[in-house]
Design a protein around this ligand. Structure first.
Ligand code: MF3
Ligand code: CO
Length: 290
């Protein structure tokens, strides 16, 4: 890593002198590294201009999901959700990040019931009475990425499944309450794991959250395992997703062979997920997309 003088311009691109910008923070991070902790690379720490870009991208992502929330209906196909997301994202000046990402064929992921994530919208899949569905939208705006998802209950959803959907939302909120500078990803992960297990559900461990902002998927990987005090140190300027997938049954999942995308629960049990993009701030956190 380049060694900067205190009067040199900061590495973050803010234009400020190093001593007035990231110098003190770098020294603090170094002390954690010496103590054996995993610490973020400079690439994982965003400057104010980048944060503003990601914030704007997040505003579009939120508006797209608000639009879905207003228009999602019993009997509609998941293809129609895809069209809504494409149309609204474009209208607001964004690009849907999933479209053609690694060969993904649609603009959004729609994952119903026992589908855990990465469900592919289709004109043959309809929203039926009692379905629970995750709509996962991601936006590129001006080169900046954001990523969030919500659950929707279609018609008369059973009390058990409603409870699962609520617990998945609460799991994200529980995780958020642990996001603060100089806490660890493991603190957040442990809190989610404990909350979900206490409610009798399981957390999928094969998939996690991720850094996001300058690319769709960046380091670090966000796990929900813990224990406290492990995994990467959180510092101001980091942006990542929290998106735990929780199952009514066992945590094991598999990828559907035909699509090579859709992730399903191994035991066929129902699965739910909410996702936020979060920024670590000087005193806590700011949700950039939900
Ligand atoms: N939020 C999902 C994720 O981070 C979005 C996946 S979009 C896809 O994995 F194109 F990769 F499917
Ligand atoms: Co994501």
């Amino acid at each position: 890593m380049e060694k900067l003088g205190r009067n040199d311009k900061c590495w973050c691109g803010s234009g400020k002198k190093y001593k007035q910008c990231h110098c003190a923070m770098d020294e603090k991070i170094a002390s954690y590294a010496i103590a054996g902790h995993m610490v973020p690379e400079r690439e994982m720490i965003k400057n104010p201009q980048q944060i503003e870009g990601i914030r704007k991208s997040g505003e579009i992502n939120i508006a797209v999901l608000d639009y879905v929330a207003e228009n999602i209906r019993l009997g509609m196909s998941t293809e129609e959700i895809d069209q809504m997301v494409y149309k609204k994202t474009k209208e607001l000046g964004g690009i849907p990040a999933p479209l053609h990402y690694d060969g993904f064929p649609k603009s959004v992921c729609t994952s119903k019931n026992n589908e855990v994530c990465h469900g592919i919208p289709s004109p043959d899949i309809f929203l039926e009475d009692g379905d629970i569905i995750n709509v996962d939208a991601s936006t590129i705006y001006n080169g900046y990425f954001s990523d969030s998802s919500r659950m929707f209950c279609i018609g008369n959803v059973s009390e058990e499944n409603k409870r699962l959907v609520e617990a998945a939302k609460k799991a994200v909120e529980t995780g958020l309450s642990e996001v603060a500078p100089y806490h660890f990803i493991g603190d957040m992960g442990q809190a989610i794991q404990d909350y979900v297990n206490a409610n009798g559900y399981s957390v999928v461990l094969d998939l996690g959250g991720h850094g996001v902002g300058l690319a769709f998927h960046e380091e670090p990987m966000i796990t929900y395992i813990g224990p406290r005090g492990t995994e990467m140190l959180m510092v101001p300027g980091m942006v990542f997703t929290i998106e735990p997938m929780i199952n009514r049954g066992k945590k094991e999942v598999y990828i559907d062979e035909e699509s090579d995308w859709i992730v399903l629960t191994e035991d066929g049990s129902m699965s739910a997920q909410w996702e936020v993009t979060v920024l670590v701030t000087e005193n806590g956190y700011e949700v950039l997309a939900y």
